[in-house]
Design a protein around this ligand. Structure first.
Ligand SMILES: *[C@@H]1O[C@H](CO)[C@@H](O)[C@H](O)[C@H]1NC(C)=O
Length: 829
């Protein structure tokens, strides 16, 4: 199925039309659905309708079996029809012996599906039933009586199930009040008048012609913007609106939290984040649907009532390279105007029939010590930056990449001196403006190999052949179908059909053995698979019933654990999380997407009943507090170079949180206890983002919690000012002083024997004067005695100068974290 990457819908009017024609014929050949058959079907399902009092609704206590129509080998078994005849609802055949409950457009030749109840768990073709149970729930029962899907209307006054003219399948009570509706849980399609809200999202199908869930989602993000996100097997990322442009420049707003959008019958769409569009064929007589297609593009379609085919009247992307995941990792995507994926030089394709699997390195990077860089001019890879700098030289940037074993390449923007080190090469494409060059990290020997030098051309390329047609208008009309092409597509579709049957059969067996929990996890799809949901029982087992406590902080106790895959983890039981499950999930999913070498990696979480747990990587050497202040412990004294490295790493981590993250995050509790050191004494910041989780609790409580780590808190906390990143800068300043002096600042302050705050300021003032003076002999006395004078003077001076500026009372005078990083780095050279 090399056609999977077919981007024809993008730019090619003809292809859409031809595909529709082909689908039409495919249906005709494969299912022998014809008008007469439809009539026959009507007659066949008549008894079912009869039971439901006239065919317009289902009454409580009735059920319809799938066999009521399958004798005719029909594609569909109609249970309900909307009064205007535009929609029908019933069993929909997805494979020889597998059905879903779906709503489809009766006027479309391919019976296009608008909604599906059980897209990822079809039921058997024999013995399955849709039952409007006596208890009030509408349920889909498999052949063995197990409920595959059901509405939450049991024990309510539910009285009828109807299909409305809008295409909304509803459960209503005796007074006609809507208790449940299919509009509340769309699949990949939004219909006119169906609202997009914080609770609804569209999830693409996994391939053309299939109903099962795919990798793309259209949803309201927590910043109130409508977005498109790719959730791949390894990584996930937002690809629309352009993540490089701020919301204002995209004509969006993040301030309207109502999170609401709706497509009007006329073809206009408007949402609370200011996102709007209008169909190219505005007017209210057209049947429309807004569908997130399997290729990650969002398209508005209009139905041609005479031919039964769809045409595109609006879409997000014209060039598909902006959609993430189509070409896979280590590739460059081109659209000319066909989609073309190619491996980077020195890489080979993983599976030539499926480019989304990307390419792999021919040589093992880990096996070499000696690296060099190969330039790929005018290209960039989006996301997965280890670090980002401005105004650095290309040499510095190179070193930043060499110093990190995970660095695969770096991007460099000449002129601005922008440098990005990359941990993962994904979403690659040519990027003429702004011009960035990518420098690939390669083993030194490879650069010289003759075969590599032989050609500068791409080593592999996949071409998706398609018929070209000159297109100028946006409407994609049903043209005269090209018979050969249609025939070709028909056979492709027949193959696809066979494949579906095989896959479904396979799934069937797996499905029988291992039935997943009844309801598909709501929050799951917006979270990439690196990051997952754990069950409480799983964590109980991993931590041996929470035996080994690693420590307790304001936010909760932390336990050591080992997962089934032998990964060591730290499991934190969160206290005082005041939120509902859904909010908790969305907050956590933000934290979970943050990846930086100086931040503790979050592997997942657990939310069950009252339990709220966070699972993160286990860091070998414990906290900086223990190593620095616990003179009794047998841990070695932290050497000067290690201290400087900790200062730099913590600054990098905070700079990332403040400036680079998907969402701007203030840590709010920076202190040595929250700085962990790994095997190589590289610092990793823990507990970031947790403040946000607790924010919805009472304000007073939050403040008292912060007061718990007094000594590190910025004065604005006490003044009740809004808190921003500068509060972290203050705490960082305190940590810097402690790193240099090797004692808690609070202890140091007590020596002054005055009120804490006063003494604090005094000693800072004294330190300022000393730093400004000529004579630097005091330094030897000041720096941690355990180092026996073995430290770098200029580095110590820089650290102290930064520390002093960070603890400025007036927050506007404190530097930003990225500025701190630059200053610290300037000495590393
Ligand atoms: C927010 O969006 C809603 C829905 O689109 C709209 O009715 C409301 O006026 C907007 N509020 C503001 C303050 O713009």
């Amino acid at each position: 199925m090399a056609m999977a990457l077919d981007a024809s819908l993008e730019k090619n009017q003809m292809t859409t039309a031809m595909a529709m024609a082909a689908i039409k014929s495919a249906y005709a050949y494969t299912f022998t659905t014809s008008i007469s058959l439809l009539l026959l079907l009507m007659i066949l399902v008549a008894p079912a309708n009869g039971r439901s009092h006239g065919g317009s609704y289902l009454a409580r206590g009735t059920s319809v079996s799938v066999e009521d129509g399958t004798k005719a080998a029909a594609t569909t078994v109609t249970i309900l029809a909307s009064p205007n005849g535009a929609f029908a609802c019933g069993f929909y055949r997805v494979a020889t012996n597998a059905f879903t409950i779906s709503i489809w457009f009766t006027g479309s030749s391919g019976k296009t599906v608008a909604w599906t109840a059980n897209r990822d768990a079809p039921v058997n073709g024999i013995g399955s039933r849709l039952a409007f149970r006596k208890d009030g729930a509408l349920a889909l029962l498999d052949y063995n009586g197990a409920a595959v899907w059901s509405t939450n209307t049991s024990a309510t006054g539910a009285s009828r199930v109807e299909l409305l003219d809008s295409g909304d399948l509803v459960v209503v009570d005796a007074d006609g009040r809507r208790l449940w509706g299919s509009f509340d849980s769309p699949t990949d399609t939004l219909l006119p008048s169906q609202p997009m809200t914080r609770h609804t999202k569209l999830v693409s199908a996994s391939a053309r012609g299939l109903l099962s869930s795919g990798l793309y989602t259209f949803y309201f993000d927590i910043d109130n913007q409508l977005k498109l996100i790719y959730n791949g097997p390894e990584v996930g990322s937002v690809y629309w609106p352009d993540p490089f442009i701020n919301p204002l420049a995209n004509h969006r707003t993040t301030y309207n939290s109502s999170q609401y959008g709706v497509l009007e019958q006329t073809g206009r769409f408007a949402a609370s984040d200011n996102f709007k569009f209008a169909a190219s064929d505005l007017g209210d007589r057209v049947i429309r649907r807004l569908t997130l297609d399997y290729d990650g593009n969002l398209r508005l379609y209009s139905l041609n009532a005479t031919t039964g085919s769809w045409s595109v009247s609006w879409m997000v992307f014209r060039g598909v390279c902006n959609i993430h995941g189509l070409c896979g990792k280590n590739t460059l995507c081109r659209y000319i105007p066909k989609l073309q994926c190619s491996c980077l030089r020195g890489f080979e394709v993983v599976d030539a029939s499926d480019w989304s699997k990307g390419c792999r390195r021919k040589a093992n990077l880990r096996a070499t010590q000696d690296f060099s860089f190969r330039k790929v001019a005018g290209a960039d890879f989006i996301g997965y930056d280890l670090l980002y700098w401005e105004r650095v030289t290309i040499q510095n940037c190179k070193h930043l990449c060499l110093d990190n074993a995970n660095c695969q390449a770096f991007g460099y923007r000449q002129g601005e001196g922008k440098c990005f080190t990359k941990v993962y090469l994904f979403n690659g494409k040519n990027f003429p403006n702004p011009h960035t060059d990518i420098y690939l990290k390669v083993p030194k020997g490879m650069l010289l190999s003759s075969s590599e030098l032989a050609s500068d051309k791409v080593t592999h390329a996949c071409h998706v052949h398609q018929k070209e047609a000159n297109t100028s208008s946006l409407m994609f009309q049903d043209g005269s179908s090209n018979f050969k092409f249609g025939y070709f597509l028909t056979s492709a579709l027949t193959l696809l059909f066979i494949e579906v049957v095989l896959i479904t059969a396979g799934c069937w067996i797996v499905h029988k053995r291992d039935r997943r929990p009844e309801i598909i996890d709501e929050g799951y799809t917006i979270i990439s698979s690196q990051f997952r949901i754990f069950s409480y029982r799983e964590l109980q087992k991993a931590t041996n019933c929470f035996q080994e406590e690693l420590g307790t902080g304001g936010s909760g106790a932390v336990y050591k654990g080992v997962l089934d895959d032998e990964r060591k983890v730290a499991v934190k039981k969160l206290n005082d999380v005041m939120q509902g499950e859904q909010e908790f999930r969305s907050e956590i999913s933000v934290i979970g997407r943050i990846y930086h070498m100086n931040l503790v990696r979050i592997w997942g979480f657990c939310v069950e009943k009252t339990h709220r747990l966070l699972v993160s990587e286990f860091i070998e050497n414990g906290s900086l507090a223990t190593i620095l202040f616990d003179h009794q412990s047998n841990s070695p004294v932290l050497q000067w170079s290690q201290r400087y490295n900790v200062a730099l790493g913590v600054a990098k981590g905070l700079a990332y949180l403040h400036h680079e993250c998907l969402e701007w995050i203030v840590h709010c509790d920076v202190k040595p206890e929250n700085i962990l050191l790994d095997r190589d004494f590289q610092p990793k910041i823990a507990d970031f983002g947790l403040m946000k989780l607790q924010q919805r609790g009472s304000n007073a409580q939050m403040l008292s919690k912060v007061h718990g780590t007094r000594g590190y808190i910025a004065p604005e906390w006490a003044l009740n000012l809004p808190i921003n990143g500068k509060a972290d800068v203050y705490s960082y300043g305190v940590v810097l002083l402690e790193l240099v002096k090797g004692v808690r600042l609070s202890r140091w302050v007590v020596e002054g024997e005055e009120g804490v705050e006063m003494a604090d300021i005094c000693s800072i003032e004294i330190l300022k004067e000393k730093l400004a003076g000529e004579d630097q002999s005091w330094l030897l006395e000041f720096v941690d005695h355990r180092l026996d004078g073995d430290f770098n003077h200029s580095e110590a001076i820089v650290m102290l100068k930064i520390a002093v500026s960070c603890v400025e009372e007036e927050r506007s005078r404190r530097p930003s974290m990225s500025h701190v990083v630059e200053t610290l780095l300037s000495l590393v050279e």
